[in-house]
Design a protein around this ligand. Structure first.
Ligand code: HEM
Length: 413
C-alpha cells in the first residue's frame, strides 16, 4: 500500500488498496514536493519497469503540449500501455485516445464539432427530460442507492441518446456498459471481451443499418456518414462510438455520485454548494466540484526520445502517468488547494486534461450536473446518508460504487 523513498512514506500508485479508503492526497502532496519526478515501479504495462508520476500542474501542461515527444499511441491509460503500434496486434489501435496527430486530428475533427459548448447547449431539453424521469422515479422510493438510481443512470441514458440508440434498446446498451465496467473491476477480461463483441455486433447489425437508412441527429449518423465519405475508416467510426460509451459514462457517473457524497458528508460543502448555486450559478459550483473530485485521476504518455522534464532525465520508452488529481491541488496554482471554494478565481483545472486530447464531452458532463442541481432545487429534494458509502477498486477512476441515502422527509413513505 505504500513505499518508503529516501525516508519519505509514499503511496503505491499501482495498488488498488491504496485508493479504497480514499484518494491519497497527502501522499500526492509529498510526491509533488520531491525534486524531479517520482519513479513508481511496476512490471505491468511498461517497457522500463515502472512509470514517472507527474503531479505538478506545469509539468502536465508541458507533457500534454508536446504529443510528438510524449505519445499516446503505446497507450493512454496505464496499464493499457506499452502496446505495439500496429493495427493488427494492438486492440486499441483505432481508439482516438490512442492516436497522435495528424491521425488523431483528422478523426477527432469528425466528432468534436458535435460536442462544442454551443451545440451542447441545445441538448438541454432532452437531458432535462432524462433527469426529470429519474427524479420522478426517485420520489417514489424511501431509501435507495444514489449511485445505482441516479449517478450511473443519468450518464448512461445520456450517452445512449447521444449514440442514437432507440428507446427500446436503451436498457440493453446501458446493461452492456455496466457489465463491461463490472468485468474490468473484477479483472475479468473474458467478460469485457464478450461484452465488447456483443456491443459491436449490435452496432453493426442493428444500430448502423438503421441510421444508414434514416440518418438522425445523433453520433452514429455523423460517424457512419463520415466513414462513407472516407473521412475516417469504418473501424475508427465503430471505435469512436464505443469510446463515447466508455469515456462518457464512468467519469460522469463519478462526478454525480461523488458530488452528492461530498454534500451529504460535509455540511460546509453542502452550504457552499447551495449558497454558491444561488449566488454564482450552478456552472461555477460544478467547476469546483470537478476540480475537487477529478473523476479520471490520470492519463498516460510514453516518451518517444530521451529527454528531460522537471530536471529529471527521461529515457525513450519511459511511461509517464499524468496525475490530474494531484495537479488540481497544486499550491503553485490553487490557493488553499484542499478547500472547496466555488468563489475561487483560479478555475482552470486539469480535470478534462489539456492539449490535443482534452475531453470532447466536457460541456456535456457539466450540463448533466447543472441540470441535476437545477431540477433537485426545483423540487426541494433533500437527502440524507443512510449507510456507509463504498468506494471503488480502481487506481484510475476516483470511483464510488454505492451511496445509500434516504429522503429527509421520508417522501415516499
Ligand atoms: C466528468 C466527466 C468527464 C471527465 C472527468 C472526463 C475526463 C476526460 C479526460 C481526462 C480525458 C483525456 C484528456 C487528456 O488526455 O488530456 C478525456 C477524453 C475524452 N473524453 Fe471525457 N470526461 C468526462 C466526460 C465525457 C463525456 C460525457 C464524453 C462523451 C460525450 C467524453 C468523451 C471523451 C472523449 C471522446 C475523449 C477522447 C478525446 C481525445 O482523445 O481526443 N468525456 N475525458
Amino acid at each position: 500500500m505504500s513505499m518508503t523513498m529516501n525516508g519519505t512514506q509514499l503511496p503505491d500508485l499501482t495498488d488498488p488498496h491504496t485508493f479504497v479508503p480514499g484518494v491519497p492526497h497527502e501522499g500526492f502532496a509529498r510526491i509533488r514536493e520531491l525534486p524531479g519526478l517520482h519513479w513508481q515501479p511496476t512490471e505491468v504495462g511498461t517497457a522500463n519497469g515502472g512509470f514517472w508520476a507527474v503531479t505538478r500542474f506545469a509539468d502536465i501542461l508541458e507533457v500534454e503540449s508536446n504529443p510528438a515527444l510524449f505519445s499516446s499511441q503505446p497507450g493512454s491509460a496505464w496499464p493499457m500501455s506499452n502496446l505495439p503500434i500496429d493495427p493488427v496486434l494492438n486492440p486499441a489501435y483505432n481508439n482516438l485516445m490512442f492516436m497522435d496527430p495528424p491521425r488523431h486530428s483528422s478523426v477527432r475533427r469528425v466528432a468534436a464539432a458535435a460536442f462544442g459548448p454551443r451545440v451542447v447547449k441545445n441538448f438541454d431539453p432532452w437531458v432535462r427530460e432524462i433527469v426529470v424521469e429519474i427524479l420522478d422515479h426517485i420520489e417514489t422510493l424511501t431509501e435507495f442507492d444514489y449511485v445505482l438510481e441516479v449517478a450511473r443512470t443519468i450518464p448512461s441514458y445520456v450517452i445512449a441518446r447521444v449514440q442514437g440508440v432507440p428507446r427500446e434498446d436503451r436498457q440493453w446498451i446501458v446493461d452492456q456498459t455496466l457489465a463491461a465496467f463490472e468485468g474490468q473491476n473484477a479483472g475479468d477480461l473474458g467478460v469485457v471481451t464478450k461484452v465488447l463483441e456483443d456491443t459491436f455486433t449490435y452496432y453493426r447489425e442493428k444500430l448502423v443499418p438503421g441510421k444508414l437508412k434514416n440518418p438522425e441527429d445523433d453520433m452514429t449518423s455523423v460517424l457512419i456518414h463520415a466513414a462513407e465519405r472516407g473521412e475516417i475508416t469504418e473501424a475508427e467510426a465503430y471505435d469512436f462510438l464505443n469510446l463515447l460509451q466508455a469515456a462518457g459514462f464512468e467519469t460522469t457517473h463519478t462526478l454525480i455520485g461523488q458530488s452528492m457524497r461530498l454534500i451529504l458528508e460535509d455540511p460546509d460543502i453542502a452550504d457552499k454548494t447551495y449558497r454558491g448555486i444561488r449566488e454564482l450559478g450552478a456552472d461555477k459550483v460544478t467547476e469546483e466540484l470537478l476540480r475537487i473530485i477529478t473523476p479520471a485521476m490520470f492519463m498516460s504518455r510514453t516518451a518517444t526520445a530521451d529527454t528531460e522534464l522537471a530536471g529529471q532525465t527521461i529515457r525513450k520508452g519511459d511511461l509517464l502517468n499524468l496525475y490530474f488529481i494531484a495537479a488540481n491541488r497544486d499550491p503553485a496554482v490553487f490557493d488553499r488547494p484542499d478547500e472547496f471554494d466555488p468563489w475561487r478565481t483560479e478555475t482552470a483545472s486539469l480535470t478534462f486534461g489539456s492539449g490535443a486530447h482534452r475531453c470532447i464531452g466536457n460541456a456535456l458532463a457539466k450540463l448533466e450536473l447543472r441540470i441535476l442541481f437545477e431540477e433537485m432545487a426545483r423540487r426541494d429534494f433533500r437527502l440524507t446518508l443512510n449507510g456507509t458509502p463504498e468506494r471503488g477498486w480502481s487506481t484510475f477512476i476516483n470511483q464510488i460504487r454505492s451511496l445509500p441515502v434516504a429522503h429527509v422527509d421520508g417522501r415516499a413513505a
